[in-house]
Design a protein around this ligand. Structure first.
Ligand code: UDP
Length: 149
């Protein structure tokens, strides 16, 4: 079993629209385990470090302004193949291309405000967890774990 951790962030549009509970509920029902979470105002330094791979892209400035414009809800989810499971539940980057049933497909309309971020690889997940959660993630057993294998 490949038990992975992945970094997930509900972006300012998702928080402002009251989608935290809906999104957390989807991951919980899927069987993933929440091992860290916090609501925070993001500073530019963290936003720029998080999106460093897009530094040269034309949308970088707007992306950093957006992420720092209002609080985000940052989380770490753990489970078997957590990185790819979260990515598939999120939908495509552009909500127009995202299937109904995915988070972006159900709630998003534009690429600029696409509600959620999820790490795209185990390597990036580890980097992002280190960036966003200096404090440790939690290790604990859930009684339902035995039914999700
Ligand atoms: N983005 C944008 N315009 C673009 C491409 C991306 O505003 O043309 C934003 C969008 O919010 C996306 C984020 O930049 O979620 C990071 O892009 P990436 O390609 O990493 O997509 P993701 O992994 O979020 O699906």
């Amino acid at each position: 079993m490949a038990i992975e951790k992945t970094f997930v962030m509900i972006k300012p549009d998702g928080v402002q629209r009251g989608l935290i509970g809906e999104i957390v509920g989807r991951f919980e029902k899927k069987g993933l385990k929440l091992v860290a979470a916090k609501l925070l105002a993001v500073d530019s330094k963290t936003a720029e470090a998080h999106y460093a791979e897009h530094k040269e892209r034309p949308f970088f400035g707007e992306l950093v302004s957006f992420i720092t414009s209002s609080p985000v809800f940052a989380m770490v989810w753990e489970g078997e193949n957590a990185v790819s499971v979260v990515r598939s539940m999120m939908g495509k980057t552009n909500p127009v291309d995202s299937a109904p049933g995915t988070i972006r497909g159900d709630f998003g309309l534009s690429i600029g405000m696409n509600i959620i971020h999820g790490s795209d690889s185990v390597e990036n997940a580890n980097r992002e967890i280190g960036l966003w959660f200096a404090e440790n993630t939690l290790t604990y057993s859930k009684s339902g774990d035995v039914w999700i294998q």
